[in-house]
Write a protein that binds this ligand. Structure first.
Ligand code: PLP
Length: 430
């Protein structure tokens, strides 16, 4: 098969395939052809520094030989198996997930990605509790399928409505723009009391679960106050509501811990995850549930299934990926390089008045840009994103928030390479 020209790659992709969340005539994709570590190359030979870890899943870096080999070997041996069969990659991965998830989280239902993990978590929560309602937050993204988009709090839900019934949204612990009008000095955790008030209004015995991102990702990198997760755990226990941590983005070392909830020593009733579980090499998602939920289905029918559940290639890729996290100390690296990143983001904030806030935990970080620090009027990032692309820095934004979320294998000097381009962009628009 002869190769396509760079322009043909773009043109055919645009003509014959849809691009996500876009006006199709306005997409301008990079024709990417290969990748290695924290870099990828386009068809013209330009090298891009990946400050987005693709879609915040390429945690171990691109084309890691260990994972590539594991996929190749599995493909040669047993590329796929009926989801009702037991396989070695499935057995090993299930056990491994029980070991690395907190507390008595034990048993996994495998899916193909994050949205399906959340769909199935909701189904399990409703069956287990016999209740119907689900609470989720406004500043959240939980996936694009019918139920997951209903859980999603942001504008991506609107075109899907009316979506799955029974979801009630509540406000976020967004300290930079506290929805209750408090400042760090006057804060008295109204954000937590508010959750309990919503529960009272909705009927505590009607609510099956509360689902929230371990640390909010695309909706602005919102890190909750330290007592937020523990107090939600207490509230859920008080009312018999299940607590679900969506660790699709915040899991897998991104925050400097296996899962974001580990920072607050909280054991949710379920963890949903995807992305970094295989670093995206093969699609895989998972719902991991606590022992009591696993037990519930011992003698009851589990009405859930997917042709590709526990796909052998995906499970083999996940096992190899987890070995890479462990052998190469990538979670420690996220913590260590993350500390450097935090210092640099604070310096950048001190230097450029358009940076209103910087938020960071491990290698999960963002800069929130404003026209005026006093009014916090959002700054339009269009010229900045254009500048970064022209300088071969691959990054993404959500409204006025620019993310810095590189692969966890990044070094300080590679990180500096990207931060300098960001500083040049800020200087250019200031
Ligand atoms: C927190 C969170 N949950 C769920 C999803 C959906 O995952 P997927 O795109 O694999 O369905 C995403 C995707 O970005 C996410 O960030």
């Amino acid at each position: 098969m002869s190769e396509l020209s760079p322009q043909e790659i773009i043109d055919w992709s645009r003509e014959y395939t849809f691009f996500s969340w876009s006006v199709q005539s306005q997409v301008n994709p990079i024709p990417v052809v290969r990748a290695e570590g924290v870099y990828f190359w386009d068809a013209e030979g330009n090298r891009y520094l990946d400050f987005a870890s693709q879609l915040v899943n390429m945690n171990i870096g691109h084309t890691h030989p260990k994972v590539v080999k594991a996929i190749q070997e599995q493909a040669a041996k047993l590329p796929m198996a009926h989801p009702g069969l037991a396989t070695e990659p499935r057995a090993r991965l299930g056990k491994k997930l029980a070991e690395i998830t907190p507390g008595d989280l034990k048993k996994t239902f495998f899916t193909l990605g994050g949205a399906e993990a959340n769909e199935n978590a909701i189904k399990l929560a409703r069956l287990y509790t016999g209740r119907f309602k689900i609470l989720a937050r406004y500043r959240s993204y939980h996936g694009a399928t019918h139920g997951a988009i209903a859980l999603t709090g942001d504008y991506r839900r609107w075109p899907a409505e009316p979506a799955m019934p029974g979801v009630v949204h509540f406000l976020d612990p967004y300290c930079y723009r506290c929805p209750f009008g408090w400042t760090p000095q006057t804060c008295h955790r109204e954000c937590i009391r508010h959750v309990e008030e919503v529960i009272q209004h909705e009927g505590p015995d009607q609510i099956a679960a509360i689902i929230l991102e371990g640390v909010t990702g695309t909706n602005g990198l919102i890190i909750p106050p330290d007592d937020y997760w523990p107090r939600l755990r207490e509230i859920c226990d008080r009312y018999g509501i299940l607590l679900i941590s969506d660790e699709v983005m915040s899991g897998w070392g991104r925050t400097g811990a296996w899962f974001a909830v580990n920072h607050w020593n909280v054991v949710p009733d379920m963890i949903t995850t995807a992305k970094g579980i295989t670093s995206g090499y093969v699609p895989l998602g998972a719902v991991i549930v606590r022992e009591k939920i696993a037990q519930f289905f011992e003698d009851r029918y589990l009405p859930a299934g997917l042709t590709y559940s526990a796909h052998t290639l995906a499970c083999a890729a996940a096992l190899a990926t987890i070995e890479v996290y462990e052998e190469e100390g990538l979670i420690e690296n996220a913590r260590r390089v993350g500390e450097y990143l935090g210092r640099r983001l604070e310096e950048i904030k001190a230097r450029y008045p358009i940076v209103g806030d910087v938020r960071y935990i491990g290698l999960f970080s963002a800069l929130e840009l404003v026209r005026d620090r006093a009014t916090k009027e959002p700054f339009d990032l269009t010229p900045i994103m254009k500048f970064l692309r022209q300088h071969f820095l691959f990054a993404f934004n959500f409204k006025n928030i620019l993310f810095v979320v590189p692969p966890l294998c990044i070094t300080e000097s590679q990180l500096e390479e990207g931060l300098e381009i960001i500083e040049e962009a800020l200087a250019a628009v200031a």
